[in-house]
Write a protein that binds this ligand. Sequence first.
Ligand code: ZN
Ligand code: ZN
Length: 344
Amino acid sequence: MHPSVTGEFNNDNQLERVVTWMADPVMGDKMAEFRWSDYRDVGGGVKMPHRLHSHIGDHPLIPGGHNFLDLRISEIKVNIADAAQAVPDAVRNAPPVTTNRVVATTLAPGVVLMGGGSHNSVAVEFKDYVTVIEAPLDQQRSLAVIAEVKKTFPNKPIRYVVNTHNHFDHLGGVRTYVAEGATVVTEERNRNFYQRVVLAPQSRSLLPDRLSQRPFAPTGPGQLMVQTFSDHHTISDGQQIVELHYVEGFNHSDNMAIVYLPKEKIVINATCTARRRRAATCRSSAPTPSRSNRNIKRLKLDVSQHVPIHGNPDRMQISNASSVRLRRQRHRWVAGVKVARVEA
Ligand SMILES: [Zn+2]
Ligand SMILES: [Zn+2]
């Protein structure tokens, strides 16, 4: 379905407000509003607005939305020469983004990295079911990963999908897994938002997904969609074990969980990315790697492999020496310089 677009004009026939809707994997039908004001003469009989204000995300369940743009323009000139910018080659020739390419890589027996895109998931096989760590992006990505999980572990249902934190790029696929019959396992502070907004029975007219097309009974127990924990949580069938730990002091997100597989000594972490044979690095908005290490030490996790949600997995030594190197590396990253290598 195409969204409606409403425009409002003032008595001088100047456009003041446009309201429309966008499809969002987390929020569903999401309102976007743009307001233009402060119209001034810019010459040639033309008047242009010198202020643009926008906000998105109004939702029947969480009104108010989110201001994302407030632009005040000091000067507008019309008809200046060579004003149009050429599209850079890197943009013109960029390959289309394919979210449904999944490359499965076995990390350990029964533990398979579902990579091939911008965000990873990890499928862990249990005796009677599968647990998937992270449901990023959207339904399209999730359906592709789920198909690969079914191919890798035939005849086993996906019982749990673990969500490391509530950023939308890590959350957009959880509805697809719930429609598949899985329960979302996440940190306690996510419960309200996930139950009331993300997984709430609501129509999605712009881009209906599988969950929105399912008939909901407002009475009755329904499916257990969300299971939360506050400090740690273990998924185990006596053979395979997946531990979830709340991580302290992360500025990337205040409700971040890391996932630990004690048998395989694998840590799955959503904020740090590992690069080739080098030690893991973190994105500029991420916590300091030493804080990540501090949490791993606090939890006394014995780690032989670090698997990021963004980037490729790598061997990672957790030691004082490496944490000092990582700290040095991050400082250079924050300064905006791409780090080519880390000195030993
Ligand atoms: Zn994030
Ligand atoms: Zn992310």
